[in-house]
Design a protein around this ligand. Sequence first.
Ligand code: ARG
Length: 461
Amino acid sequence: MTLWHGRLSGGTADVVMDYSVSIHFDQRLARDDIAGSRAHVRGLGRGGLLTADEVETLLSTLDTVEAELDTGAFAFVPDDEDIHTAVERRVTELAGDVGAKLHTGRSRNDQIATDLRLYAKRELAGLASDILVLQDVLLTRAKDAGDTYLPGYTHLQRAQPVLLAHHLLAHGWALSRDVDRLVATVARLDISPLGAGALAGSSLPLDPDGTAADLGFAGRFENSLDAVSDRDFVAESLFDLALLGVHLSRIGEEIVLWSTEEFGFAVLDDAFATGSSMLPQKKNPDVAELARGKSGRLIGNLTGLLVTLKGLPLAYNRDLQEDKEPLFDSVDQSRLALAAVSGLLATITFDAHRMQEAANGSSVAAVDLAEWLVEQGMPFRQAHSVVGGLVHDSLERHVPLAELVEAHPALGSEAVALLEPGVAVTRRTTPGSAGPAAVAVQLARFVHRLEADRIRVSALG
Ligand code: ARG
């Protein structure tokens, strides 16, 4: 029997049920739905709409239904269109007449909005702590990297040497912004829609402030129409996860490059690599590639939802049911991605020799020669041109750059010393730069930031 059998007669066409049913995905909101029902029941009790006995009966029935759902004993029936219908149906079966009072003053519209906010609050907090785990891995690897350096690239051309720790922490700071965004999204979504009813509130003495506090929300909605139609929090969550996905994708891309024979900067642990069904020699970076590839899906979930939302009039429209699968998918995929990339980076072996060899080419120190000339009083533009000319001659005439530097009247042996392996990176001394002293400061600041974020994330509950 449908929830609306009083109004519509003759039954719903099977295809309508098939098309509109959401129980196969929204049953994951079961615990949130039951939490919302408990708060609603207590609110109805405070408003005198349920007696104390009725409140007790409904609460203990909700406990039973929750236990059935937890253990898998809950028997879904074909008419259970969504999780709200299923729970109410079962409560009524178990509690009889009093069960029929559960939905007093409530609509599935405020109910689903409440469930989804509870879900998002919990899951985003979980994701933020998963990011902290990955950041910890990056921190450990950065500390272990010591003075190892590699070429820093622009345009994927060798540019200047940077410490490996500096490179790893660059990804760490991007992830800090992801944590920041998730914390801010949780703060904004922390509003209870319960008590908005279908769209306009109620004539009955409901208690939206009380139910909001009961559910642990920071406050209640200001406007009932907005409460049931607002899915900004889903869009924001999807954006946060799409951008996180982009960050993981960029890490993935570098691991793909670094693990090639051409780069040879990193060797994947066997547990985080895959083989080929045909080519016996292959060791493939599939985790890194999936981190890169799945970002497309995360971006798709965001754009799909934005398109769903864009033309909707107030207030609830069934289109909004399309909010859940993308959110669940982005949450699931992000959790998996964070665990996989954390494992990948925790176990990867960096080849310091290959990295440093690649960074020891004399031309990556070219700017150091120019800056040395600046220190001797030469205008930078002129210094740039002098050194650029020497690099050009060295390549044209197949003469080592060091020889030309030595022979140059404005440069000479003191300048040649700058071309020695490992010297250039030590000359990056400005705040936030890629050299050892600056990176030591950065490491301390990163540790500090992680500690502060850990406190912020654990306060999310
Ligand atoms: N399954 C629905 C959803 O996810 C619940 C709300 C249904 N409300 C309605 N008026 N049909 O959006």
